[in-house]
Ligand binder design. Structure first.
Ligand SMILES: [Zn+2]
Length: 455
């Protein structure tokens, strides 16, 4: 039986990116949007819809649910760093309706099908958003890659530099073996798609790179410096590490041109020419950057504040401007959080020791506010923000058509006169497949259920 829930508003962001008056009709029993009507339908034309199923957002935005394609939920094994329950609640509170979980930091890492099943078992019943999974490429696990694709991972992540946890990095020969295996998977799934056969792998896979590479020639000169200064950390991870990594990635890409490759958390603007050249030559390369690289600058990070540590690092203001330009011209495809918390002791907040602290910034659920605040300053419209956060990330994480329509978030802009560093806007409600999963600052999650599914 159809259980309709109807959303109306004067600023509904639809597929053309323009906020407009619209009526969105969902069927809560199937979780699908069943119709979208231009204009605001009168309440009287939906006499069969109960009052609690008539959601009128007035002038506030109704947006597609955000797909955060780079999140570390460290359960099982490091649930005290972040688990499915807490992480997906943070996500839902910021209008995120799908997170894609990275293969490392949980124990075990997602490098085999049995490890993936452990993840799924841990996640079941705990998710306030939908959750999908990336698999991991580590030395010697290439025979597990195709089974992982068949088991439903959206793609793979690998490291070219020490990851900091039990997830070893790969070298060029490991990569060739993995890329040969994955290129076959991509070709197979493309072929089966064209035959319209039913298959669990409904999209070609993708290999994602943590793109920092420590060559002996690019090693920073090791002068003992003050570990509480952000500049010390920044000097230890120069842009050249990203440039060298992306040079290797694009060179290998030419050997495996039918496999999509993806650069996670690009920070170095110096690597943008390599990305532009690869894209211009037709290689299927995509790139993400993160909220922190677009909103923070190294010179403003105070001494002794390891909460700003992440790898690669936040760089200077000119670099940040170059990332914005690359995002606007399409060189960078999408924006994600790279949410990667840890326990307080490992963040070394008391000592202020940036060099030995865990590298990871926690912004899951804050991204829409942060990016919207910056976007407003740059005259970038909400439709463009939606494209970066919902449409492009959904495509990247393996949906042929954006899953973004599965969620609806209603947000509103703040009144004027607030300090510039205060984020604009607030998510008031988040709906997942037509069902309320976050009810705003006061009610929060009270009386609601974790109805997120595993994708
Ligand atoms: Zn990450």
């Amino acid at each position: 039986m159809v259980h309709k829930r109807v959303f109306v508003g004067r600023n509904v962001v639809l597929s053309d990116g323009q906020p407009q008056p619209a009526t969105v009709i969902t069927d809560v029993s199937t979780g699908k949007i069943i119709d979208i009507l231009h204009g605001i339908s009168p309440r009287s034309s939906f006499a069969d819809v109960a009052d609690e199923d008539w959601i009128d957002s007035g002038d506030k935005y109704i947006l597609p649910g955000i797909v955060d394609a780079h999140v570390h939920l460290n359960e099982p094994g490091r649930t005290d760093w972040e688990g499915f329950w807490t992480g997906t609640r943070a996500a839902a509170s910021g209008g995120v309706t799908t997170v894609v979980d990275m293969p490392l930091n949980s124990i075990p890492p997602t490098t085999t099908v049995s490890h993936l099943e452990e993840k799924r078992k841990a996640a079941r019943g705990q998710c306030w958003t939908d959750v999908a999974f990336w698999g991991g490429v580590i030395p010697g696990n290439q025979s597990h890659l195709k089974p992982l694709v068949e088991a439903g991972v959206k793609g793979f992540k690998c490291f070219l530099i020490e990851s900091g946890v039990d997830f070893p990095c790969v070298d060029e020969s490991d990569l060739r073996a993995a890329m040969a295996e994955l290129q076959v998977s991509s070709a197979l799934s493309t072929a089966s798609d064209s035959l319209c056969s039913h298959t669990s792998q409904d999209t070609p896979t993708v290999l994602c790179f943590h793109a920092e590479l420590q060559r002996s020639s690019s090693a920073p000169t090791a002068e003992p410096s003050d570990p509480t200064l952000y500049s010390t950390f920044l000097a230890s991870r120069p842009q050249q590490l990203e440039v060298d990594a992306i040079e290797l990635i694009t060179r290998l890409h030419r050997e495996f041109p039918s496999l999509r490759l993806h650069i996670v958390h690009l920070s170095a603007a110096a690597a943008l020419p390599l990305v532009r050249a690869a894209k211009a030559s037709g290689l299927p390369l995509t790139v993400e950057t993160c909220f922190h690289y677009l909103t923070l600058s190294a010179q403003h990070i105070p001494r002794g504040r390891p909460e700003f540590k992440c790898c690669p690092p936040i760089r200077d203001d000119a670099n940040r401007e170059a990332l914005w330009a690359a995002l606007l011209d399409g060189t960078i495809d999408c924006v994600v959080s790279d949410h990667s918390p840890c326990v307080v002791a490992l963040k070394k907040l008391d000592e202020g020791d940036i060099m030995s602290a865990w590298g990871g910034i926690s912004t899951l659920g804050l991204g829409l506010n942060l990016l919207w605040t910056e976007a407003r300053k740059r005259n970038v419209g909400i439709g463009t923000v939606v494209d970066w956060l919902c449409v492009q990330t959904a495509k990247h994480a393996g949906s042929r058509t954006a899953r973004a329509s599965s969620g609806l978030a209603s947000t509103r802009t703040s009144s004027s006169g607030i300090p510039t560093r205060r984020p604009r806007g607030r998510v008031e409600q988040t709906f997942l497949r037509g069902r309320l999963v976050y009810a705003g600052l006061e009610r929060g999650f009270n009386g609601l259920e974790p109805v997120g599914g595993l994708l």
